[in-house]
Design a protein around this ligand. Structure first.
Ligand code: COA
Length: 500
C-alpha cells in the first residue's frame, strides 16, 4: 500500500503517525487545508489538532477551499482552536462562535483567497494539510474529490502534511485539471473557451523538501445530504424551466442553453432534476460543485460535460462514480477554485448562474449570508463570483417560511451581498420576476406582482406606494425600511400585530 501510494522512494521516510504529524502545529500558525463543500478535506490531521487543542492553548488561522466535512470545523471551534477562519463554512458550532465574536471569520468570494495568497496579501502559510489519493513518481500530489485551494497551499506553505486517503482509487488520476495563472503584471489569458477544455496537468506540483509528514486515512468524505424536491422547490424549478423555454422562443438562447452554474442545496438540485422532463439537450456545467443531479443528467444523456472544483455527492453516487470512474471520467473535470470561479471565464463562457438567497428586497438586492442583518449563516461562497459575471444571474428563495412568519421579500435587505446591479432574475414558488431592462420602480412592481407571498403582498405594495409618494429614483421610507426585521426580532413574525 505504501509503495503504491507514495511512489518517490525518498518520501517514504516521511510516512508517520497522525500523532507525530500533529506535533508540527504551533500556536498562532496560519494553516491552509484542502476541502471544498465537505469533499477532499483532512479526515485525521485537523480532527487530531482539535483534540490536541482541548488540552493546551493552540489557536490557528485556518484557510480552506470552502466547508469541511465530519464536523471538523465544529470540533476545532469547540476546542477553541480557531483564531481566524476563511473563506467559507457551514458548521453550526463554528457559526455560533463566529456570531459570538470568538472566531474572526473572513467571508470571501471563493475565487479570491488563492489570489490573496499569491499576491502576499495574506500572511505566508506555515503548514498546508492536503488530502491526496497518492503521490506521483515526480513527487506531485494527486488530489481526491476536490481541488479547491490546494495548488496554492502546496506552492506557498513552508511545510506540507500529506494525508493519503486510501478510499479513493488511484484511477482518479486524470479527473483534475491543475493550472495556475501567472503572477501580475504578466498574467496571460486563461485558455478556457469551453467547459471541457483541459489546460493543465493531472497533479499538483510541490517541492518534495517541504513535505514534512505523510499520513494515511481510510475515512471517506462526509456524504452530501440533499433533501429531495418538495412542492416549493419543484414550483421554483418549473418557473425557471418555463423561463428558459421562453428565452429559446425569443431567440435569446438555444436548446443547448449556456453553461450552467448551480449553487449547493435543494433548489439547485430540483432545478437540475427538472431538466430531465425538458427538451433541452447537450447541456454543460461550469460550476463550482457537482451534485448527484449532475450525474443523473449525464446518465440521462442531457448533460454532456461538467466542470467544477468539487464533488459533493451522496453516498450512493460516491460509490457509483468511483466504481464506474472510466465511464464518467471523460464527462467531468475538477479545477482549482480560482479557475472554476474566475470572473473572466464566467463572463467569457456566458454562464447561467442559479444561487439561493436568504432574502431579497423590493429592488432586487440580495442577502445570501446574514440572518436579521447581523448573524452569519454560511458565507457568500461562490455566489458572488458567478452572479456578478454571469450572462444570466438568477436567485431563488421561498416567498415565505416558518408558518409564513418570515417573508423572504422585504422592503430593504438587512445585509447586501449581491446588489441590484448583479441580479437579473428572482424566483420564488409564487413566480418569477425578470428584472432585465427595468428601472428601480419597474423592478419593485414586477417583484411585488410575481414573487411575494399573498400574506405580504398588500403590505409591500403599501410600503412601495407610500415610498413613491415621497419620491426618489429608488423610493424608500428609511424609518420603516428595516421594520419587518425588527418586528420579527421582537414578536417572532414579520406580520404587523392585528389590532382587535
Ligand atoms: N429571518 C430569519 N431567519 C431566516 C430568514 C430570515 N429572513 N431567512 C432564512 N432564515 C432561516 C431559515 O428559517 C432557516 O432556519 P432553520 O435552519 O432553523 O430552519 C435558516 O435560516 C436557513 O434558511 P434556508 O432557507 O433553509 O436555507 P437554505 O438551506 O436554503 O440555504 C442559503 C440558503 C442562502 C443560506 C445558502 O444557499 C447559502 O449559504 N448561500 C450562500 C453560498 C452560496 O450561494 N454558494 C453558491 C455556490 S455553491
Amino acid at each position: 500500500m505504501f509503495n503504491e501510494r507514495v511512489r518517490p522512494e525518498r518520501l517514504k521516510s516521511k510516512i508517520t503517525t497522525v500523532d507525530e504529524a500533529v506535533k508540527l502545529f504551533k500556536d498562532g500558525m496560519t494553516v491552509g487545508a484542502s476541502g471544498f463543500t465537505k469533499a477532499g478535506d483532512s479526515k485525521v490531521v485537523l480532527p487530531a489538532l482539535a483534540t490536541r487543542a482541548q488540552n493546551e492553548t493552540l489557536k490557528i488561522n485556518l484557510i480552506t477551499g470552502a466547508s469541511l466535512g465530519h464536523g471538523t470545523d465544529g470540533k476545532l471551534a469547540a476546542a477553541h482552536a480557531l483564531k481566524k477562519r476563511m473563506p467559507f463554512q457551514v458548521d453550526k458550532v463554528l457559526r455560533d462562535k463566529i456570531n459570538q465574536g470568538e472566531v474572526l471569520f473572513i467571508d470571501q468570494h471563493l475565487s479570491e483567497s488563492a489570489e490573496q495568497i499569491h499576491n502576499k496579501i495574506i500572511d505566508p502559510l506555515d503548514i498546508a494539510v492536503i488530502e491526496v489519493a497518492f503521490i506521483e513518481r515526480d513527487g506531485s500530489l494527486v488530489p481526491t474529490t476536490s481541488v479547491g485551494n490546494s495548488v496554492t497551499f502546496a506552492a506557498f506553505a513552508r511545510q506540507v502534511i500529506v494525508e493519503i486517503n486510501t478510499t479513493i482509487p488511484m484511477e482518479v488520476l486524470g479527473i483534475h485539471d491543475i493550472y495556475q495563472a501567472e503572477d501580475y503584471p504578466h498574467r496571460n489569458v486563461i485558455p478556457i473557451v469551453a467547459p471541457w477544455n483541459k489546460i493543465g496537468r493531472k497533479s499538483i506540483p510541490v517541492d518534495p523538501d517541504k513535505i514534512a509528514a505523510i499520513v494515511f486515512t481510510d475515512i471517506p468524505d462526509s456524504p452530501a445530504d440533499i433533501a429531495p424536491p418538495d412542492a416549493k422547490t419543484a414550483a421554483m424549478a418549473a418557473h425557471i424551466l418555463n423561463f428558459f423555454e421562453g428565452e429559446v422562443r425569443l431567440g435569446h438562447l438555444t436548446d443547448r442553453l449556456l453553461p450552467l452554474q448551480a449553487g449547493i442545496g435543494r433548489v439547485a438540485n430540483a432545478v437540475l432534476a427538472e431538466f430531465r422532463k425538458s427538451n433541452f439537450y447537450d447541456l454543460t456545467m461550469f460550476s463550482e460543485v457537482l451534485q448527484d443531479s449532475t450525474f443523473e443528467l449525464i446518465d440521462a444523456g442531457i448533460l454532456s460535460f461538467a466542470s467544477a472544483s468539487s464533488l459533493a455527492v451522496s453516498e450512493i453516487w460516491h460509490k457509483r462514480l468511483f466504481e464506474n470512474l472510466q465511464q464518467y471520467k471523460e464527462k467531468f473535470v475538477l479545477r482549482p477554485q480560482n479557475i472554476s470561479n474566475t470572473p473572466g471565464l464566467i463572463r467569457r463562457l456566458g454562464v447561467i448562474a442559479i444561487n439561493t438567497a436568504i432574502e431579497f428586497d423590493l429592488y432586487g438586492n440580495v442577502n445570501s449570508t446574514h440572518i436579521g442583518g447581523t448573524q452569519i449563516m454560511n458565507g457568500i461562497g461562490g455566489s458572488g463570483d458567478f452572479a456578478r459575471n454571469a450572462y444570466l444571474s438568477i436567485f431563488v428563495t421561498q416567498a415565505a417560511s416558518k408558518s409564513n412568519t418570515i417573508s423572504h421579500i422585504v422592503p430593504m435587505v438587512s445585509h447586501v451581498d449581491h446588489t441590484e446591479h448583479d441580479v437579473d432574475i428572482l424566483v420564488t414558488e409564487i413566480g418569477i420576476a425578470d428584472l432585465r431592462g427595468l428601472a428601480p420602480r419597474e423592478r419593485a412592481q414586477t417583484i411585488i406582482d410575481h414573487c411575494v407571498h399573498p400574506d405580504y403582498k398588500e403590505l409591500l405594495q403599501s410600503y412601495f406606494d407610500r415610498a413613491c409618494k415621497r419620491g426618489g429614483h429608488t423610493p424608500h421610507l428609511l424609518e420603516e425600511a428595516l421594520s419587518w426585521h425588527t418586528r420579527f426580532a421582537e414578536t417572532g413574525s414579520m406580520k404587523p400585530i392585528q389590532e382587535s
